[in-house]
Design a protein around this ligand. Sequence first.
Ligand SMILES: [Zn+2]
Length: 389
Amino acid sequence: MTLKSLQSNLGLSDELLFFLEEIYKNQDGILLLGCPENSELITSFLIEAYPLIKMSRIERFIEDSKNLGLESALNNTQVIVSNDLDCTTIFLSLLEQYSNEADKLKVISKINGILILIPLKKQCGSCSKPTSIPSTSKERFPTMLASSIPSSYLFSRGCEKCGYSSYSNHTFLESFVRINNDIPKNSLLAVNPEEIFNTFRKVGCKVLFESGLDKIKLGITSIEEVIRVTPPLNSAFEKLLSGPSITESISKEKGKGTILIVEDDDDQREILRMVFNKEGYEVLVATNGSEAFNILTQNQISIIVSDIMMPVMNGLELVQKIKNDPNLSKTPVLMLTASSNPDHEVKLLEQGADDYCAKNVKKKVLITRVEKLLRKDNSINKISDFLAD
Ligand SMILES: [Zn+2]
C-alpha cells in the first residue's frame, strides 16, 4: 500500500496527499487528528496509512485504535474525538492540558500538523446530473462562503448501480494545517482562539465547509452530503472567513481555465480529473455526452476532453452537437480513442474534433496536447479580435 494507491482508493485530494507526505517525512513529531466518534472508516484509513510511517508501531496502533481512545497511547498521534472539529479548537484543547508556557512550547515544537477527517459519501457517477443548487441548501452554509457556492452541481437521483442510494463509496472531508517554520512558535501561544484561527489560515488552512465546496465543484459529492456531515462552525471563526485561504488564492492565480472531462468509466474519469486538477485546471466531469452538453450550456468551459464510446450520447454525437451550436462551436474538443485505426481518426476530425489522443497515452503527452489546443484557441481569438478592430 502506497500513499498514491490510498489516494485513488479513497479519492484523497492532492492537497491532503501532499500534507500527509510532508508529515510522513518527519517521523518523530506528533500529528493531531480530529475525527467523529465511532468512525470505522477513519480507523481503517489510519491502519492503512500508518504502516507507511513506522511499521514497528502498527500492531500497537491497531489494538488501540479499535475504540479510537488512543489519546497518549501513541507517541506520534494524538486522536481527539470531539464535536468541535476544527484545527484551532483541537490545538487549543491539547495545549490546555499543560499549565506553564515552557511545557506548552515543548508540545508545540513536537506537533507536525493537525488533521481533521470526516467520512463523506461519494456521489454515484452513473446517475448524477447537473442540477441547480437549492437555496435552502445554500442557506445552511456559512454566510461568508455564500459567494463561493456554485450555481449548479452534480446531483444523483439514484440508479441500479448505486442501489438507488445516490452514493457509492466514501472519501473524506478534510481540514488540516502543517505546523512548521512558516509559523512562528510563539504566535501559537496565543490564548485567543481567533488569533490562532487566523494564524492557521495565513498558512492555507481551509475549514471543512471549504473542503466540501471543493468536492462539490469537482462533482465528488453533493452539497446536501457536505451539510449532513459537517459540524457547525464556531460563529467567531465564521466571521473570519471573509478572506480566502492562501491555497485558494494560489490556485486561482495559477488557474488555467476549466476543462470538461467526459468519460463513463469511473476510474478513468477520476484519474483524468486528478491529472488536470494537479496541473491547475478547474475540472468538471460528465459521464456521457448528454450530461456534458448540459454542463456546457451552464458553464464557461475552456476545453473538452471526451471519450468516444459512452451510453446515452456518445462522443461523436457530442462533438457534432457542440460544433452545430454557435455558442459552443469554438470550444476545442480533444477525443480519446481506444483504437489506433487511421480511418477512424480521420472520421473523428471530419466530425469536428479538434484533435485526438490514444486513451493509453502518457499523461504528459495528453497535457501537452490540451495546452496546445488552448494556445491555438487563444491565438484564434486574438486574430479575430484584431480583425474586428
Ligand atoms: Zn446511481
